[in-house]
Write a protein that binds this ligand. Structure first.
Ligand SMILES: *[C@@H]1O[C@H](CO)[C@@H](O)[C@H](O)[C@H]1NC(C)=O
Ligand SMILES: *[C@@H]1O[C@H](CO)[C@@H](O)[C@H](O)[C@H]1NC(C)=O
Ligand SMILES: *[C@@H]1O[C@H](CO)[C@@H](O)[C@H](O)[C@H]1NC(C)=O
Ligand SMILES: *[C@@H]1O[C@H](CO)[C@@H](O)[C@H](O)[C@H]1NC(C)=O
Ligand SMILES: *[C@@H]1O[C@H](CO)[C@@H](O)[C@H](O)[C@H]1NC(C)=O
Length: 676
């Protein structure tokens, strides 16, 4: 605290206003602030919606970090288990590019590094969905500048890339006659597109509808470029040249064959050939996916291709009142609902607004505004307005405007369409990346240059400041104050490691030379308590008879969040307190080194949960339980982390004991035990 105050004082002397990390993280994260304090860049803006959602999205990021124990962390798409995830990890690679692009701004590099190791390791599953994982790793490198971490995956990236060249998969692959990749829309994580609905004659569209899509081909373009760039870093010119050529070939073919000049848009062509649709015919309408080529900088900088952007803001085309439509109202089956879970509508891509694709389009628009210059059809004002509209979509009108991002939305009303039990705080999109690389404008680069080009609209955004942004081993701050009334200095200011290095009276592009340095080393404590499979050790048990086995197991399954929605309750609940002591035990089944623990307790007045008054930790090696030696008990924290340390000891079992408050339940979200 006093150290931080000292820093703030120092920067006032330097003429810059620093944000108060302590105050901001406690405002947004309550008792869980400690997790965020040193991990996230701070951000404030005259647009409070964008600011609030920025912090909410870090909460979503944190909640979706699943600790796998020895395998480190991965990011999940759903908080709850879903039947189509890869077990036991709960892996779904379709969201990986978003996860990596969000994670690249986390000051704790562990999350994106562990995740990349997992995605390219023996337990990954690279063909479950279309993917741009190599691009995600490359985007991470652009921010942290650590070559060795990114190039470590070069061989695996090439293997995965080659795998997409197959003609043997039924859900995606390469067409050797057309030199293009194709994908089943469901395997593109976008069921019920024009291709899949029309291939069924309008009767369905969940599966089928294989098509040459702008998405998969742009992803492979981006993956090829990422591989080429990483190979260059490693000095492997053969691989670099080969993948550079493949990227160029994909780009040329996409432009030559997926650009439909009648629609002035990149659209699918059918791979499927049946009684309803013909191989190689174009689909009959525009889809939002037609902007994905710009997400990955594929199209040439020409006036012709730029025409696609005039559809974006047209209320008869993509622009819904509350969100971007995935295809246009002119399509015969626009918004026709085909699939339900019970009475609830299921996921479809024939009109609904999807944060997933809104993110891709905003990234694409950011690229267009930053380094394409052949159109003024869209502007920074549009970027700012669309980002704001997207921010507002995070507020759930069915929950009094609470921040709770669900799967997809009615583009006219902004109400969730798919807000099922599995859907709260859904993580298949980005926002932090849009704020930092777009709105604030840190355009991450491979060379030793810091480049800032904010896409905020200076007419409506009177101030913003982002600081503690990790970049090439430095801390960057970027500040804008239109009138000088908020921070005391008018204009744009760039700081590197707390020193002002560049200024401009207007919101314009600035570049500063910046030699890279190594970021701080990553700490990787390994939780020995974690078990993903409730039938295998370590095993959890409790003193309360007939407790739900899966709920008990949930307290050692590596998932921590404190969201209050009952459908995503996470952990084991005690009965209401009656004065008797309860315990929660982890049986390692063999001697295991232990030295500390983190307890996550949920609290919610209206649901009747609180932390206990006191707790203790006991271990057992032989016959009897004893309190750990040298123990230092941290204060009990509700909806945050309670930390305990003890003298390292090898034990077979460890347990936490506590007495729930009278009439009140305790929910143990997670009991993590670490070795020394
Ligand atoms: C859990 O482990 C059991 C026993 O090894 C195995 O049969 C089961 O498939 C595993 N479950 C998951 C979800 O991996
Ligand atoms: C994929 O197939 C294309 C067309 O045959 C070829 O040019 C390319 O080299 C292949 N890529 C890999 C990695 O095998
Ligand atoms: C664009 O696609 C439509 C089919 O949806 C087709 O009728 C039209 O000919 C295509 N335009 C061009 C220039 O190929
Ligand atoms: C776009 O930028 C390029 C490269 O800086 C420049 O040569 C060209 O004249 C610009 N075109 C327009 C229309 O401004
Ligand atoms: C008191 O609570 C404990 C643990 O929750 C339970 O096992 C026990 O049956 C309760 N006792 C009474 C008298 O209700």
């Amino acid at each position: 605290m006093s150290y931080l105050k000292g820093l703030a004082f120092a920067s006032i002397i330097l003429g810059a206003a620093a944000l108060d990390a302590e105050e901001i993280t406690s405002k947004y994260f309550g008792n869980d602030a400690a997790w965020y304090r040193d991990r996230i860049p701070l951000f404030e803006s005259s647009s409070s919606d964008i600011q609030d959602v920025y912090y909410y999205r870090w909460n979503v990021f944190r909640a979706h970090q699943r600790d796998l124990g020895a395998e480190g962390y991965i990011s999940t798409e759903f908080l709850n288990d879903v039947s189509w995830q890869v077990q036991p990890w709960a892996l779904l690679i379709d969201a990986a590019n978003f996860h990596l692009r969000e994670g690249r701004w986390c000051r704790d590099r562990r999350f994106k590094e562990d995740y990349a190791n997992f995605l390219y390791g023996p337990n990954g599953n690279p063909y479950q969905f279309s993917e741009s994982m190599a691009d995600g790793v490359w985007q991470g490198y652009l921010v942290d500048g650590v070559a060795d971490d990114a190039t470590a995956h070069l061989d695996a990236m090439q293997d995965v890339f080659k795998g997409w060249n197959t003609t043997a998969m039924s859900t995606g692959g390469y067409d050797t006659a057309k030199f293009l990749y194709w994908i089943q829309p469901l395997t593109d994580a976008t069921e019920y597109t024009i291709a899949s609905i029309d291939a069924s004659g309008g009767s369905d569209g969940f599966t089928g509808g294989n098509a040459f899509r702008p998405s998969i081909n742009s992803y492979q373009y981006a993956n090829a470029l990422a591989i080429s760039n990483l190979a260059k870093l490693k000095g492997d010119t053969d691989v670099a040249d080969s993948y550079q050529k493949q990227a160029e070939a994909i780009k040329q073919t996409v432009q030559d064959t997926l650009w439909n000049s009648t629609f002035e848009h990149f659209i699918d062509r059918f791979k499927v050939d049946n009684e309803h649709v013909k191989y190689w015919d174009f689909i009959r309408g525009r889809e939002l996916v037609g902007y994905v080529p710009w997400t990955h900088d594929l199209p040439d900088n020409t006036e012709e291709y730029a025409q696609a952007w005039k559809h974006l803001l047209d209320s008869e085309k993509f622009a819904g009142k509350k969100g971007l439509r995935t295809n246009e109202p002119s399509y015969e089956y626009y918004m026709k609902q085909y699939r339900y879970e019970g009475d609830s509508r299921e996921c479809q891509w024939n009109g609904p607004a999807w944060p997933y694709q809104i993110t891709q389009v905003l990234t694409a628009l950011g690229n267009l505004l930053d380094h394409y210059n052949t159109t003024s059809l869209v502007t920074k004002t549009d970027y700012t307005n669309l980002l704001l509209q997207y921010a507002q979509l995070h507020h759930n009108p069915d929950q009094d405007g609470a921040l709770n991002l669900e799967e997809d939305y009615d583009p006219e009303t902004g109400r969730p369409i798919v807000g099922l039990a599995r859907s709260p705080h859904y993580f298949h999109s980005g926002f932090v990346d849009l704020v930092l690389s777009g709105f604030v404008g840190l355009r991450a680069r491979p060379d030793d240059t810091l480049e800032i080009n904010s896409l905020a609209d200076p007419a409506s955004i009177t101030y913003f400041r982002a600081e503690r942004i990790p970049y090439h081993g430095h801390d960057i701050a970027i500040q804008w104050d239109a009138k000088g009334t908020h921070y005391g200095t008018t204009g744009l200011i760039i700081e590197i490691d707390n020193k002002v290095v560049s200024k401009s009276p207007i919101l314009t592009r600035l570049t500063v030379p910046l030699p890279r340095q190594s970021p701080p080393p990553t700490r990787r404590p390994i939780a020995v308590s974690i078990q993903l499979n409730s039938t295998l050790p370590p095993k959890a048990s409790v003193s309360v008879p007939n407790a739900d086995t899966e709920k008990v197991h949930a307290a050692i399954d590596g998932r921590v969040w404190f969201f209050p929605e009952p459908s995503i309750a996470n952990g084991w609940d005690t009965p209401a307190g009656n004065g008797s002591e309860v315990w929660f035990e982890i049986d390692f089944t063999s001697a295991t080194n232990t030295a500390s623990a983190e307890l996550a307790f949920f609290a919610d007045d209206t649901q009747g949960f609180d932390v206990p008054d006191t707790y203790s930790i006991q271990t057992r090696s032989g016959d009897s339980w004893t309190e750990v030696e040298g123990v230092v008990y941290g204060d009990l924290v509700a909806n945050g982390i309670t930390s305990v340390l003890w003298d390292a000891v090898d034990v077979e079992r460890v347990r936490v004991l506590f007495v729930p408050k009278e009439g009140v339940k305790v929910r143990l979200v997670e009991f993590k035990v670490f070795r020394s």
